[in-house]
Design a protein around this ligand. Structure first.
Ligand SMILES: [Mg+2]
Length: 173
């Protein structure tokens, strides 16, 4: 099978990074639990929102992200028997391209560069499975779309859902 896997909030913990950076810079105690069902920037005072919305434009933001738990070992296993592509709408943040490539070298070196799609609109993807945390990416996919649970999407219904990478393993291994 041809399987497309999103980066942010599927294999890279962008959400956690937003909270961590915000708490440190504004001396706050925001937690994932407090943000469920929302974007992190929506859960802070208006005067702090712009700062969070600009995190992704900072040098080093994407390079320093932590991998999502179990994503490395399980994706490695899946990639033994399937054609796995990482697909990230990276063009939204042009500065992220090199950082995302370096990050994949560091944390997902078993995904060769030819299997990395740093793109714009994901509706061009044609394959069997797309694993993504954004419903708008899944809506146009003609194969089997799987919504990967992220704090912001817990109230999205109508999609096959995987709560974590262990759930993906049960579906695909
Ligand atoms: Mg994502």
């Amino acid at each position: 099978m041809t399987i497309f896997v999103d980066m942010d909030e599927v294999i890279a913990d962008t959400y956690g990074a937003h909270i961590e950076i915000y708490n440190e810079e504004f001396n706050q105690q925001l937690s994932t639990e407090m943000c469920l069902g929302h974007e992190v920037w929506q859960m802070v005072p208006v005067e702090h929102q712009e700062s969070i919305r600009n995190h992704a434009r900072r040098t080093g933001f994407f390079r320093d992200l932590k991998p999502i738990e179990d994503s490395q070992s399980i994706l490695k296993e899946i990639s033994r028997k399937n054609e796995v592509y990482i697909a990230s709408a990276a063009m939204q943040f042009p500065n992220s391209l090199v950082e995302k490539s370096d990050w994949l070298d560091q944390h997902f070196s078993f995904i060769p560069w030819k299997n990395r799609i740093l793109c714009g609109n994901k509706h061009i993807l044609q394959g069997d499975i797309l694993i993504d945390d954004r419903s708008y990416n899944l809506d146009t996919f003609k194969g089997r779309p799987i919504l990967f649970t992220s704090p912001h999407n817990i109230n999205n219904n109508g999609y096959e859902r995987a709560n974590n990478w262990l759930a993906i393993a049960e579906m695909l291994l």
